[in-house]
Design a protein around this ligand. Structure first.
Ligand SMILES: NC(=O)c1ccc[n+]([C@@H]2O[C@H](COP(=O)([O-])OP(=O)(O)OC[C@H]3O[C@@H](n4cnc5c(N)ncnc54)[C@H](O)[C@@H]3O)[C@@H](O)[C@H]2O)c1
Length: 348
């Protein structure tokens, strides 16, 4: 079994192995003395995997309850989190009990937030089942929900006690979500790992997905160990995300998916930084070719003026400038502030 150890404000293991979903009970038992466990999942993942996870937990002596919410980002609300609290309270869960998040990033973020806040914080375990969640969102302790004013505007840093990754679960993940996750994988190669980037260029990612997951979570682990609360280095994980997020917003989160928007964002920001002489020439072409190889879009009809206006009005932007992540070259990244009134001319 592959094991990656996180040493942040809390230490925990990320376990990666095919078939692990069948051993959840004993793995969770290894990190807790809890009596009750609340498994939180969405309607798609629950239909596929909840039975075996519940059986495994019960076989290891847990009193296990199951909370299922309708799949999709639209469910990522405080109302859904409130129903989780009610379920846990009715199930008589105490501070010593534990939550298991079984699903993609939506489930992990919300179940993690419910765990961070129920009775002022109880433990939780992540079982990510989408590629995006396996390579990125299940690690690092960012939890939360969306509100009408914006995505992920409410949340908490709350590290899991364990992350259980079974790459076999990707066999049931619809293809478009595989592509979505590849956007984040390419991001990791861009910001920190030129060897990973070259592997993605020269081979087929899906044939070496266990290696790729391990590499991505190891990079995230290193970054989170050094900057858990995103005061500096962790911002590098937002490469392509500022413009990507602006694109998602322009289409009211119903046009491009997150991974698609990040792909367009990575290519656009790198074209701009190459023009400005900040990035080795030819870098944007390599990112573009790699995104196309993994069926991700690389441009969009939205204008630089529209993108700049959305960035300026973003609830997370403060002051007169925005911090963008750039590459010196593939595998090496840095942040730099761009004045909001110069952004349109910069990305044009
Ligand atoms: N916490 C973080 O650090 C972090 C980082 C990046 C993204 N995120 C968040 O992650 C979310 C996106 O995550 P996502 O792309 O996993 O979305 P998701 O959780 O909605 O999952 C995508 C779809 O795949 C389905 N699914 C998941 N695993 C499956 C499987 N094995 N088989 C069949 N279907 C499966 C889900 O039901 C859903 O329909 C966003 O809300 C984003 O804000 C969080």
């Amino acid at each position: 079994m592959r094991k990656v150890r996180v040493e942040a404000s809390k230490s925990y293991d990320i376990l990666i192995e095919r078939g692990l979903i069948n051993n959840v009970g004993e793995l969770v038992r290894g990190v807790t003395n809890a009596e009750k466990v609340c498994v939180i999942t969405d309607s798609n993942v629950g239909a596929l995997y909840a039975d075996r996870v519940m059986d495994s937990l019960k076989n290891n002596g847990f009193d296990a309850g199951l909370f299922t919410f309708p799949a999709g980002e639209k469910s990522k609300t405080l109302e859904t989190v409130a129903s989780m609290y009610s379920y846990m309270a009715d199930f008589h869960m105490t501070r010593k009990d534990i939550v298991v998040a079984l699903g993609g990033g939506v489930c992990g973020d919300m179940a993690g937030f419910a765990a961070a806040t129920y009775m002022r914080g109880i433990e939780f375990v992540q079982i990510p089942t989408s590629l995006l969640a396996q390579v990125d969102s299940s690690v690092g302790g960012k939890t939360g929900a969306d509100i009408a004013q914006g995505k992920n505007l409410v949340g908490a840093f709350h590290q899991p006690s364990l992350v259980i990754i079974d790459p076999d679960t990707l066999s049931t993940l619809p293809e478009r979500f595989i592509h979505d996750g590849m956007g984040e994988v390419i991001k990791y190669g861009c910001i920190k790992d030129s060897e990973l980037f070259a592997l993605l260029e020269n081979k087929e990612a899906l044939y070496m997905i266990d290696d790729i997951i391990e590499r991505c979570v190891s990079i995230k682990r290193d970054v989170v160990n050094r900057d858990e609360k995103e005061k500096g280095e962790r911002m590098l994980l937002n490469f392509g995300h500022t413009l990507g997020h602006a694109l998602e917003k322009i289409y009211n989160f119903e046009g491009l998916s997150h991974g698609q928007a990040v792909a367009v964002g990575m290519v656009s920001v790198t074209r701009a930084s190459e023009r400005a002489g900040l990035t080795e020439s030819g870098t944007a072409d390599r990112i573009e070719a790699l995104c196309l190889k993994y069926s991700l879009p690389v441009s969009d009809k939205a204008s630089a003026a529209e993108l700049a206006a959305v960035c300026a009005s973003d609830k997370k932007t403060s002051g007169d400038s925005v911090s963008l992540v750039f590459l010196e070259k593939i595998g090496s990244s840095f942040t730099q502030k761009i004045k909001l009134n110069e952004l349109e001319g910069f990305i044009v």
